[in-house]
Write a protein that binds this ligand. Structure first.
Ligand code: SAH
Ligand code: SF4
Ligand code: F3S
Length: 461
């Protein structure tokens, strides 16, 4: 009988992609995926360290498995991803029933590590080098590439795929753990990306999202010339079959004219740009070491809107960063009010051990103040999102139909069901339709909108 695995994923798109690749590699090794830890021989958590809350969730899930392990000692419990890289051996100390700790740079070894455990060789740990533990090359190499041949059935949705174009991050924003747990910034060669996208196109994939922590600082050399993200987009645009390209996440300072023009000129590149601002106050941006002023961010935004009219720009903000005054916060409010983002993700500052801000500055904004600022900013953004969605009312937009909506997944299966899809601007559209529409690009007339969702009906042509 095949061994079964269960994998739970938290964190960003990097983790979603890693879990997809882990699942594919385990299937190749003869494992079967199951949808509950109870049925699994191997229970895996692909973890995130970006905020304390993400880690707490995993440690309490691990805590709940202690009993399970006592009753079923042969079940393997594994911690993968960013928290594995950050906490390493400490995970065994905090949760002694864990069998396996694997950093994001060692995921390719997972099948063989599971084999070792099955052979009775005891708990296994594989992580990359610490960023200070060697020269750049050694550290880079310790974060092993993990983008093997793409396996169509492993993807949750056959018509959409993420393609990692770069690993790691070198920005070291003072609050952020990502550069430590994901290692140095490394761009993948153009040919490798191109062949991966061709492979996906052959499998019927329609939408490709290029991912990287600072995706627009992509740079590699091929045929004696330098390829930036704009060059890469031109190259990929020649691939038959892919109807949409998206890319996330952009770093404001690298939002260059060539990239904006590529978005404007390449019809298959979606006018959707996630460019996190983090704060509207120069004092805070400086302490965050973001490398730009709010004036520069505004200029970037103005250039974006001028070059790509109608572009949907989204952002991230951190509220309650060390030393953030009421006045600093008001400047963030002003930036959100004036920028008219299609959406913003707002986070309360969470100090991360090992980052500069945790070392240098006091986490001096009380939690209730962080919470109030978070709610206030969210309410302002939601009102804007609502207003920004309203002009779509009555208009026909093209969506890529992704599948049944959350609500309809609970209902008995039938031919007609509630489906969701996404516009090029990454807006979610809910509509009633036949299940065979899944995986098609469909014109839909918008009949209702709110801050988060558009509702519509298919246009029969
Ligand atoms: N590479 C991306 C995203 C990194 S993490 C970028 O540069 O924008 C995603 C978001 O989490 C960040 O944009 C930031 O808003 C938030 N974040 C990162 N570290 C955080 C921390 N210590 N506390 C709260 N939010 C944080
Ligand atoms: Fe973190 Fe800054 Fe790198 Fe984004 S750019 S991953 S926020 S260090
Ligand atoms: Fe979290 Fe790691 Fe992504 S820390 S945000 S899963 S890169």
């Amino acid at each position: 009988m095949a061994k079964c695995f269960y994998i739970e994923t938290v964190g960003c798109q990097m983790n979603v992609l890693d879990s997809e690749l882990v699942a594919a590699s385990l299937r190749r090794a003869g494992y079967e995926a199951v949808d509950s830890p109870r049925k699994a021989d191997a229970i895996l958590f692909n973890t995130c360290s970006v905020r304390q809350h993400a880690e707490d969730k995993i440690y309490s899930a691990l805590g709940r498995l202690k009993n399970v392990k006592e009753h079923y000692p042969h079940k393997v419990i594994g911690v993968l991803g960013c928290m594995a890289q950050k906490d390493r051996e400490q995970i065994f100390k905090r949760a002694p029933h864990v069998d396996l700790v694997v950093g994001p740079g060692q995921l390719a070894q997972l099948p063989s590590l599971l084999e070792r455990i099955a052979d009775g060789r005891g708990p296994q740990i594989e992580v990359s080098l610490d960023r200070k533990a060697g020269n750049r090359r050694e550290i880079e190499e310790s974060f092993e590439r993990y983008d093997p041949a793409r396996d169509a059935p492993a993807r949750p949705f056959r018509h959409q795929a993420m393609v990692r174009i770069m690993l790691g991050c070198d920005k070291f924003c003072t609050y952020c753990i990502v550069p430590s747990v994901r290692g140095p910034e490394q761009s993948r060669p153009v040919e490798e990306i191109e062949s991966e996208v061709r492979h996906l196109a052959d499998q019927g994939c329609l939408e490709v999202t290029l991912i990287g922590q600072t995706v627009n600082s992509y740079q590699s050399t091929a045929d004696g010339r330098t390829f930036r993200l704009s060059d890469l987009l031109y190259r990929l645009d020649g691939i038959e079959g892919i109807r949409r390209f998206k890319f996330v996440t952009n770093y404001p300072r690298h939002m260059t004219t060539d990239l904006l023009e590529a978005v404007r000129d390449l019809k298959r590149v979606s006018p959707y740009l996630h460019v996190p601002a983090q704060s509207g106050s120069n004092a805070v941006l400086k302490r965050m070491k973001r490398g730009y002023t709010v004036e520069q961010y505004r200029e970037m935004l103005a250039a974006t809107r001028e070059t790509v009219p109608g572009a949907a720009v989204t952002s991230d903000f951190i509220v309650g960063f060390c030393g953030e005054t009421e006045d600093d916060f008001q400047q963030t409010v002003d930036l959100v009010r004036q920028s008219r983002f299609r959406n913003s993700f707002i986070f309360k500052y969470s100090p991360r051990a090992g980052t500069k801000s945790a070392e240098l500055y006091e986490d001096d904004v009380p939690d209730e103040v962080k919470r109030r600022r978070n709610n206030e900013l969210l309410a302002i953004q939601n009102a804007i999102s609502d207003e920004e969605n309203r002009p779509l009312l009555g208009r026909t937009v093209e969506i890529l139909v992704e599948g049944p909506s959350k609500a309809s997944r609970k209902q008995p299966a039938g031919d007609m069901l509630q489906l969701t899809g996404r516009t090029v601007c990454d807006r979610i559209v809910v509509f009633q339709g036949h299940h065979r529409l899944i995986g098609t690009i469909l014109p839909v007339r918008i009949t209702q909108t709110n801050a988060f969702t558009l509702f519509g009906e298919p246009v029969i042509r």
